[in-house]
Design a protein around this ligand. Structure first.
Ligand code: UD1
Length: 473
C-alpha cells in the first residue's frame, strides 16, 4: 500500500478509473486508488466513498490476545509540519497510516512538498516549497493543519493559513497560537477567514511568552516559529504532552537549541538553519488507552505491545482503581479484568493528568461498572456528543455542565448509533462490544481519522466487528 501526495506531474493521472474502482469495492480500494498517484484534489471523492462505511458489532465477546500499538497520530501531526523548517528529505518511521496523516500530506503537497506514505514509512521531501498557504478546504478537515503557520513563518517569513473554525464539540480558539507568534514580532492580520502573517524584516525575534492555558497546539506552533528566530525565546506554561516533547526532541536533532524539554518552561536559542532528519513516531497513548479500556470492559485479557507505559500512568492508575490487574513489562502492558469494575471517577487534565481524548471511552467503560461515577472534562467542557448516542444503547447518563454522571450496571442493548467525532466514535464501539445483540455504528470516517484498521485489530482479539458499506450517511 503506497500513497503518493504531490502537486507534481501526476496531477492529472487517471482519477476517474481509480475512483470507480474505489466506489465498486470499498475501503480496500480506497488504499488501492491512493497508490495510483491520484492527485490530491480527487482524494476527497475517495473519502466520500469511504465515508459511507459503517461498523457492525455484535457484543458479548471478551477480548483476548496481543495487539501492537500504532505511532501517535498527534505526534505525527506535529512533526510533519516541522519538516517545513529545513529543506531536504525526511523519513518518518512508525507513522500511523490514517486519514489525518493523508489530509496533512495532501496539504503539504499543495505547498510543493513531495509526500509518499508506504505502509508506516512516510517520506517527505521539502526541497521545492512553492506556496506558503494552507487553504480552508484542507484546514477545515483537520485543525492540526493550522500547525504549518509557525514553521512557514519561521523559515519563509510569510504564511497565509485558514482559521480552523469550530469543531463537533464546540469552539476551539487559536488565540494563543496567534498571540505567541505575534510576540516573536510577526505582523498578523485576519482577513476573509485567513490568518495572514509576515515576519519583520530581519526575521522573527526571540521573546518571552506565557501561555495563559496549557495548549498542545499553541506550544507546538510557537515552538516551531521560535527555533529559527533571532535570539532567545522563553515559553512558560508550555504544554508537556509527550507529543510536544517528541516534537521538541526532533527539532533538537535537526539542530535546534532547546532547553527544558519535558518541562513547562522552554528556552529556545534561535539558530540560523536546520537540517532534515529521520524520525520515529512515538506510540499512540490514546490508542493504547482505548485498547486497555476495551479489554477491561469486556472482562478480557489483552497485552498491548510497543506502547510507552510512562505516557499512560494516569490511565493505568485509574484502570487499577477500577479493579483491573495490570502488568507492565518494558513496552508491553497486560491487562486482566475478571470482576465487575468499580465505579471510578475521573477529571481530565493536561498531561500528566487523565487525557480528554480518553474521556468518552471512560464513560463507556463506566457503563459496565457497579455504582455511579462522575466523569468531568475540564479541557473541552462541551465534549459530550457521545452521550446521547450511548443513551440510544440504553446507557443511563445525566449531564451536569461538564460532568457526566454515569449509572453503571444497566444492560446495554444493540442499536444504530452515529459517530460524531473521533473519540466519541471509539466510545460507541466500546459500548457496542458489551451491548446485547447487534449495533450499527454509522459515519466511521471519524474513526478512520485516528485509529488504524481498528476493526481488524479488534477482530483479531476476538471481537465480532466488521466494516460494511451503507447508503446511510
Ligand atoms: C490537542 C490534540 C487533541 C487533544 C488536545 C488536548 C492534536 C492534533 N490534538 O489539540 O487530540 O484533545 O490537544 O489534549 O495534538 N485553547 C485556547 N486558545 C488556543 C488554544 C487552545 O483557549 O489558542 C484552549 C482549548 O480550547 C482547550 C485547551 O486550550 O480548552 C487545550 O487545547 P489544546 O491543548 O490547544 O488542544 P489542541 O492542541 O487543539
Amino acid at each position: 500500500m503506497r500513497a503518493v501526495f504531490s502537486s507534481g506531474i501526476f496531477q492529472y493521472f487517471c482519477p476517474t478509473a481509480c475512483y470507480c474502482i474505489a466506489s465498486l469495492i470499498g475501503h480496500n480500494a480506497l488504499m488501492l486508488s491512493v497508490s495510483c498517484n491520484v492527485p490530491y484534489k480527487y482524494y476527497s471523492r475517495d473519502y466520500s466513498a469511504a465515508s459511507v462505511d459503517k461498523f457492525v458489532v455484535v457484543g458479548g465477546k471478551p477480548l483476548h490476545g496481543r495487539v501492537k500499538i500504532s505511532g501517535a497520530k498527534n505526534a505525527a501531526l506535529a512533526i510533519m509540519p516541522a519538516t517545513l523548517l529545513a529543506s531536504g528529505v525526511y523519513h518518518l518511521t512508525n507513522t500511523p497510516n490514517l486519514r489525518d496523516v493523508w489530509t496533512l500530506s495532501r496539504l503539504l503537497g499543495t505547498m510543493g512538498v513531495h509526500a509518499e506514505l508506504n505502509q508506516n514509512d512516510l517520506f517527505l521531501d521539502t526541497s521545492n516549497i512553492t506556496s506558503f498557504e494552507a487553504p480552508y478546504e484542507h484546514v477545515k478537515k483537520m485543525r492540526a493543519s493550522f500547525h504549518v503557520l509557525g514553521p512557514l513563518l519561521g523559515r519563509f517569513g510569510q504564511a497565509k493559513v485558514s482559521l480552523p473554525g469550530g469543531c463537533a464539540w464546540g469552539p476551539r480558539p487559536v488565540d494563543l497560537h496567534l498571540r505567541g507568534i505575534e510576540k516573536l514580532g510577526a505582523n498578523i492580520e485576519v482577513e476573509g477567514g485567513y490568518v495572514i502573517a509576515k515576519s519583520p524584516s530581519g526575521g522573527l525575534r526571540g521573546a518571552r511568552f506565557h501561555f495563559d492555558i496549557s495548549s498542545v497546539g499553541a506550544t507546538e506552533n510557537v515552538l516551531m516559529a521560535a527555533v529559527l528566530a533571532k535570539g532567545t525565546t522563553l515559553l512558560s506554561n508550555a504544554a508537556i504532552e509527550p507529543e510536544v516533547t517528541a516534537l521538541a526532541r526532533m527539532l533538537v536533532s535537526m539542530g535546534a537549541k532547546i532547553d527544558g524539554i519535558g518541562t513547562t518552561t522552554l528556552e529556545i536559542e534561535g539558530v540560523h538553519e536546520l537540517k532534515p532528519v529521520n524520525q520515529e513516531i512515538i506510540p499512540d497513548r490514546i490508542e493504547a488507552g482505548t485498547f486497555l479500556v476495551a479489554a477491561a470492559m469486556t472482562r478480557g485479557k489483552v497485552t498491548i505491545e510497543r506502547a510507552n507505559p510512562y505516557h499512560l500512568t494516569a490511565v493505568i492508575a485509574k484502570l487499577e482503581e477500577s479493579g483491573c490487574s495490570i502488568d507492565v513489562n518494558g513496552d508491553t502492558i497486560t491487562l486482566i479484568m475478571e470482576e465487575t469494575p468499580k465505579a471510578t471517577d475521573i477529571v481530565t487534565a493536561p498531561y500528566p493528568g487523565f487525557p480528554t481524548d480518553l474521556q468518552a471511552q471512560w464513560i463507556a467503560y463506566m457503563l459496565t461498572a457497579e455504582g455511579t461515577s462522575s466523569i468531568t472534562d475540564t479541557i473541552y467542557t462541551d465534549r459530550f456528543k457521545h452521550v446521547p448516542e450511548l443513551q440510544r444503547l440504553g446507557a443511563e447518563i445525566e449531564m451536569a455542565e461538564n460532568t457526566a454522571i454515569v449509572k453503571g450496571g444497566k444492560k446495554l442493548s444493540g442499536a444504530t448509533v452515529m459517530s460524531t467525532d473521533l473519540r466519541a466514535s471509539a466510545s460507541l464501539i466500546l459500548a457496542a462490544l458489551v451491548a446485547e445483540g447487534r449495533s450499527d455504528i454509522l459515519r466511521v470516517y471519524h474513526l478512520d481519522r485516528g485509529y488504524e484498521a481498528i476493526e481488524k485489530r479488534l477482530s483479531a482479539l476476538g471481537a465480532h466487528i466488521r466494516r460494511e458499506r451503507t447508503d446511510e450517511f
